[in-house]
Design a protein around this ligand. Structure first.
Ligand code: GRF
Length: 202
């Protein structure tokens, strides 16, 4: 299945997806890596991996988010994408794009949703004093970080944790979870088993 990746930054989750696609039995191939940031390191990484890349800078569109999304949507269609993975794509989506890709757009978020939607999740998890934190892959709907949950991975919050240490622990799980969930999503296989949420509690 042709899958496109949208990113804005370093692209470590994109890298994990690209690596997974090298497995002969993985049900996706990456048909496009697109960024709203022309200088995103993730775009360079994808280019170096020999993938089709494209930048559609949001800035010239000023405040017309939908016009930018129409350009993004056209690029996705042109690349033949049948599903889209958001991987650190730092734009709020309008109903235009979420409707066009309803049920076909996945996002990874660095918290156990519905806790901590939005930004600075690791900092907020530490402030809240939760003992378990993690990441979530979900379908994208109009509400930010609100769509149906497809998979989660949990990590412990350890005594003395910093935002960086906790974030790195979660990120390692993101890189494992996203390819796992994408595979299951594309294979439309049975509902997730309890083992899908690898609970790594100290
Ligand atoms: C990840 O923490 C992801 O969960 C969030 O944005 C970050 C992107 O990191 N949505 P990367 O660009 O994949 O390295």
């Amino acid at each position: 299945t042709p899958v496109a990746i949208l990113l804005s930054g370093r692209g470590s989750n994109a890298t994990a997806l690209i690596e997974a696609c090298k497995q002969p039995d993985f049900p996706a191939r990456i048909c496009l890596v697109l960024s709203n940031k022309p200088d995103a390191p993730g775009l360079d990484m994808a280019r170096a991996a020999g993938l089709r890349t494209q930048a559609i800078d949001h800035r010239p569109f000023k405040k017309d988010r939908e016009a930018h999304e129409r350009a993004v949507h056209a690029a996705l269609q042109d690349a033949g994408a049948q599903a889209v993975c958001l991987a650190g794509y730092m734009r709020l989506l309008t109903p235009f794009l979420t409707t066009q890709w309803a049920g076909k757009m996945l996002n990874i978020h660095p918290s156990l949703l519905p806790l901590f939607p939005g930004l600075h999740t690791h900092e907020r998890a530490l402030e809240a004093g939760v003992r378990i934190h993690g990441c979530t892959v979900h379908l994208v709907t109009e509400g930010m970080d609100e769509g149906p949950i497809l998979g989660q991975a949990a990590v412990p919050v350890l005594p003395g944790d910093t935002t960086e240490a906790l974030g790195a622990r979660v990120l390692r799980q993101e890189h494992r979870l996203y390819p796992d969930v994408l595979r299951r999503y594309l294979d439309k296989s049975a509902a997730p088993t309890p083992a899908d949420a690898a609970l790594l509690v100290a």
